[in-house]
Write a protein that binds this ligand. Structure first.
Ligand code: PMV
Length: 353
């Protein structure tokens, strides 16, 4: 078989983070930053995994058998099937190796196991920033391995994407234990998705890919601690916090409906107001951070309304770029953000999966 590339995008939450934990709707979209998995055949029977972005270049001995993987109670238990000496203790390298062992063990046909392969993944999705880097990895990997097994083709039908999404979700379970499934759904299907806890994500039709600047403040955050903090606030002020959650949910629901609007200008107008409102509500929940507020001041001076995206407390923010905005304006805002020590990624939300 000839070498080929499978790729999948990262994601950003546009509306609804934190409120989604309380059963409200959220909206997420794919980013034009992607992971690219290049698969090349070998003849020596080895399974080489190279991830130059996180300094991993390793050759796995025997992959777990498909039967051993099928017998696991949870995909995360795949570590019990591998030699501990081979695995890094923790971090993205360990996660990536476990995901690879799980998906390759489950999906590779015997002929490819015998001849071996090299899988190299390059990713433009920042790692650990809440932008779905592990889902981009899982989806590109699942797509590549399913294709090697002849179960998906380059023709890319709805059924094939469903299969990729299912396997990528298991890869995400290896990485995160109990993920919601939204990151792999966005990375598989692309565009914009609305979701609520416990039901399958809903693709938002006819959406307009939207220019944004993603800003990583590089302030480390703990999603777990932030979610716990919001819960403590709600225990103290249940009526007030519930009304904030309702308001955030209403913004997400409303945005979900408006993505179908054929007028890009009307949608843009709506989103600009909604982004600012959603951020203010998140700040009221106590999940903003001085670095995020600084980012918002800089982007507002360039007429780009912004909000935190993901858990907050640092991490990333997203600014809407006017569709008619000049590239020089984007370069100017990025230069100012970089001067603060932030990383700046001009990208598009809502593109292909
Ligand atoms: O920063 P992230 O990608 O971990 O986003 C967390 C989103 C929350 O709504 C805060 C938590 C969740 O589980 O949905």
């Amino acid at each position: 078989w000839p070498p080929f590339v499978a790729s999948a995008p990262g994601k950003a939450i546009l509306f609804g983070e934190h409120a989604v934990v309380y059963g409200k709707a959220a909206v997420a979209g794919s980013l034009s930053m992607r992971a690219y998995a290049l698969v090349t055949p070998r003849t020596d029977g080895l399974m080489r995994l190279c991830l130059p972005d996180i300094d991993i270049d390793t050759t796995l001995g025997a992959l777990p058998s498909a039967a051993a993987i099928a017998s696991l109670a949870h995909p995360g238990d795949v570590a019990t099937l591998l030699s501990a000496a081979l695995l890094p203790q923790e971090g993205p390298g360990r996660t990536a190796m476990l995901t690879f062992a799980y998906l390759a063990g489950a999906l590779l046909p015997a002929s490819v196991r015998q001849s071996g392969l090299t899988l190299c993944v390059r990713s433009l999705v920042p790692v650990g920033a809440g932008l779905g880097s592990s889902a981009a990895f899982s989806v590109s990997l699942a797509a590549a391995l399913l294709r090697l097994g002849g179960r998906v083709s380059a023709a890319d039908s709805a059924e094939e994407r469903q299969l990729v999404d299912q396997w990528a979700f298991r890869g995400e379970q290896v990485a995160h234990g109990t993920p919601s499934g939204i990151d792999n759904a966005v990375a598989t299907h692309g565009g914009f998705l609305a979701y609520t806890r416990g039901s399958s994500p809903r693709q938002l039709g006819a959406a307009h890919p939207t220019r944004v600047v993603i800003c990583d403040t590089r302030v480390p955050k703990s999603t777990r601690a932030l979610v716990a903090g919001v819960r403590a606030l709600r225990d103290q002020h249940p009526a007030a916090i519930d009304s904030i959650m309702d308001a955030i949910g209403a913004l997400a629901e409303d945005a979900a409906q408006r993505f179908a609007d054929p007028s890009a200008e009307r949608l843009e107008d709506h989103l600009r107001g909604a982004v600012a409102l959603n951020h203010a509500l998140l700040a009221a929940l106590g999940v903003s951070h001085p670095a995020l507020e600084r980012m918002r001041v800089i982007s507002a001076a360039h007429k780009m309304p912004a909000k935190l995206t993901g858990a907050g407390g640092g991490g990333c923010a997203l600014a809407l770029v006017p569709q008619a905005g000049a590239a020089s304006e984007v370069a100017a805002v990025c230069a100012e953000l970089a001067a603060e020590g932030f990383a700046c990624y001009p990208t598009v939300v809502g593109g292909a999966g």
